[in-house]
Design a protein around this ligand. Structure first.
Ligand code: PAN
Ligand code: ZN
Length: 192
């Protein structure tokens, strides 16, 4: 007789949280995100220890292995730097033709997707939204709501992460609160 084993990892679908020994996690606090937000003066006035987002990963095989998959979740806290909402740093995959799924569990937000020509589009994220991020598209998530935004993600184990491209060129747009509503605004230098 064959034993039926239990899985090494479980998901709480109400929260997206992963449990199990194989899970790793990371936190991003404001102080680690210098240069990300447009309004540098507002940034300088805020607590560098303030939590912006947390990530949990399950990497069942070594990073870089072709043909495998990784699973993770991200929770972005509600908040703003000036009129710009809290968001992930954003990246493109180092292997440019590697895609990814994002599915929102809780909260409200916007996924920014920028192709290699620098054209950006924005997609709503809400509980149940499922977004396909094609290979070659830089991706960033913005929490436009009053509560934490949680989404789960699945991506290839040989995708890799390139943060320098997004850090230097941005997305061409920013999601800002204008008259208390999230708006996609073309990037401009921070004025008075
Ligand atoms: C996600 C992201 C996660 C955090 O797992 O890594 O949301 O965002 P940053 O990596 O931009 O800080 C993913 O897209 N993996 O490929
Ligand atoms: Zn990714």
């Amino acid at each position: 007789m064959l034993d039926i084993s239990t899985t090494r990892v479980t998901i709480d679908w109400l929260t997206g949280r992963l449990s199990g020994n194989a899970i790793t996690s990371k936190e991003k606090r404001l102080g680690q995100l210098a240069g990300l937000f447009r309004h540098q003066e507002a940034f300088a006035r805020m607590d560098p220890d303030q939590l912006v987002y947390t990530v949990q990963y399950w990497m069942p095989i070594d990073e870089g292995t072709p043909g495998g998959l990784f699973w993770g979740n991200t929770t972005i806290e509600p908040g703003r730097v000036g009129d710009e909402y809290f968001m992930t740093a954003g990246h493109c995959h180092a292997a440019l033709n590697r895609a990814e799924f994002y599915a929102a569990v809780k909260g409200e937000g916007v996924l920014l997707l920028m192709n290699e020509s620098g054209n950006t589009r924005a997609e709503k994220m809400h509980p149940g939204s499922l977004s396909y991020i094609p290979g070659g598209f830089a991706h960033r998530v913005v929490n436009t709501g009053q509560t934490p935004l949680t989404f789960v993600a699945c991506w290839p184990s040989d995708a890799g992460h390139d943060y320098t491209t997004v850090a230097s060129r941005g997305f061409g747009v920013r999601i800002r609160s204008i008259d208390d509503l999230p708006q996609v605004i073309q990037e401009v230098a921070c004025g008075p």
